[in-house]
Design a protein around this ligand. Structure first.
Ligand SMILES: Cc1cc2nc3c(=O)[nH]c(=O)nc-3n(C[C@H](O)[C@H](O)[C@H](O)COP(=O)(O)OP(=O)(O)OC[C@H]3O[C@@H](n4cnc5c(N)ncnc54)[C@H](O)[C@@H]3O)c2cc1C
Length: 422
């Protein structure tokens, strides 16, 4: 079996196929594991997947340990500070980890039974499973899995593509100096149609700066760091310094999250890779807040997984979790059925209600992620200030976040499979 993409879903699928006695191949376009990035939540049933995989404790040890979320005014005055887990809808064993740490953990779990090929990609797939790689090599596979992310090339090659659902905003993120000496704290700043979030895991660690701006869909080539800078030009607080970092680097200027821009200058998030200890804008990433919501996830020998099949968008905070559950369910189906068609049908039947729920959550959350006008920001600030003083604020926030909890748990994970060959 061939898996395209060594992100979250690809390595986990490889791990489980290995556990079922198969030896999959993973091809990753980037020349090395893309283990940089931003923090991601893993919630609900995806935690059970990590436990069954035997990596929960390792992942838990990498929890970012964020303590506090602070809202500030346009000029940086403190509005309110709230408990981070509570506000972000994490409950029980849920964790928040750097995506790169998770990718590394999953890769290491899969490595003993997996062939990893870096710096290559699928160029074409025949109906019989003959795959030609961009390097010119060719091989035959019984099943080809597209776990190659939001802008999946496999999806296009399999004829499963449909326009992404644009959620009305763009999101950029990059490493920046931790000028505020944030210590396990995240700070949110808002202006009409714009939002900045800034966080760090320690006062001596670099920070990550996320910048979100409302926009109709734009041609991909026009979505550059200069565009992001132009949308925040003239803003106050830390914004001028962030823009200085983003623009101060000589890296390629148009960088999106499909690995494509990495061919010449490879990186975890589309820019040139540096260790996380360095504070720089050169891991800059920008992409639309979009969803993948397509009627079919498979065609012939090809099946899609993770963001390639059912991206709920970063607004949902559920893309990692749905990718993890999908990989577990797909591996189980492939181990149980002799024909790909049956395995794909079982996988899709099990996953659809869960992914539909999370895609719906992403649409809803996207509307709340990008601030409206001054009045709605003022109302939100007022609500945050008074909420903090309300003795029931934990219950109120938990009830507002109930849809996240429900979406994160909207699947009954089937028991591990007995492989057909056993
Ligand atoms: C800023 C931000 C914050 C987020 N926060 C959260 C969160 O809190 N919680 C959450 O659950 N999710 C979050 N997400 C979403 C989450 O990162 C994704 O949903 C998740 O990584 C999807 O996993 P995946 O394996 O499907 O795809 P990815 O992790 O994107 O991996 C795809 C892999 O395929 C490779 N690739 C691309 N094209 C090719 C090709 N042609 N050939 C071979 N390889 C290719 C890429 O290099 C990459 O390694 C966030 C995303 C962003 C951008």
């Amino acid at each position: 079996m061939l898996i395209s993409g060594a992100g979250v879903a690809g390595p986990l699928l490889a791990y489980w196929l290995g556990r079922y006695g198969l030896r999959p191949t993973v091809v990753e376009r980037a020349p090395a594991l893309r283990d940089g990035g931003y923090k991601v939540d893993v919630r609900g049933k995806a935690i059970e997947v990590l436990k069954r995989t035997g990596v929960y404790e390792t992942a838990h040890a990498k929890d970012t340990g964020m303590r506090q979320v602070t809202y500030v005014t346009a000029t940086g005055g403190k509005v309110a500070a709230l408990d981070a887990d509570l506000l972000m809808g994490r409950r029980g064993d849920d964790i928040e980890v750097m995506r790169g740490d998770l990718v590394r953990i999953l890769h290491d779990a899969a490595a003993p039974a997996t062939e990893f090929i870096y710096g290559d990609a699928i160029a074409s797939i025949s109906p019989d499973g003959d795959v030609v790689f961009e390097s010119g090599r060719s091989r035959r596979f019984d099943v080809i899995v597209g776990a190659d992310g939001l802008h999946s090339a496999t999806r296009r090659m399999a004829g499963l593509d449909a326009p992404l659902r644009h959620l009305g905003a763009y999101l950029s993120i990059c490493t920046v100096p931790n000028d505020l000496r944030l210590d396990h704290e995240e700070v949110f700043w808002a202006a009409p149609g714009r939002m900045v979030f800034l966080y760090s895991t320690g006062p001596d660690d670099p920070a990550k700066a996320g910048m979100i701006f409302a926009s109709p869909e734009l041609p991909r080539a026009s979505v550059t760091r200069e565009l992001v800078a132009s949308r925040f030009a003239g803003d106050g607080w830390q914004v001028p310094r962030l823009l200085e970092t983003i623009l101060g680097d000589a890296a390629p200027k148009s960088i999106l999250n499909d690995g494509a821009a990495t061919a010449a200058a490879p990186t975890p998030l589309g820019g040139r890779q540096r260790s996380t200890g360095e504070a720089s804008g050169d891991d800059f990433f920008v992409d639309s807040l979009s969803q993948v919501d397509i009627p079919r996830w498979s065609a012939g020998r090809v099946v899609l997984l993770g963001d390639a099949a059912f991206c709920p968008s970063p607004a949902s905070g559920q893309g990692t979790s749905t990718a993890l559950c999908g990989a577990y369910v797909l591996a189980r189906a492939l181990a149980r059925h002799e024909t790909p068609a049956r395995a794909f049908a079982e996988y899709e039947d099990t996953m659809r209600p869960y992914t539909d729920r999370n895609i719906a959550l992403g649409r809803k959350m996207a509307g709340q992620m990008v601030p409206g006008g001054r009045v709605s920001i003022a109302m939100r600030n007022y609500a945050m200030r008074t909420l903090r003083l309300n003795p029931w604020h934990r219950q109120i926030i938990a009830s507002v976040n109930k849809p996240i909890f429900e979406a994160a748990n909207a699947i009954e994970l089937p028991a591990e499979a007995t492989p057909v060959a056993a």
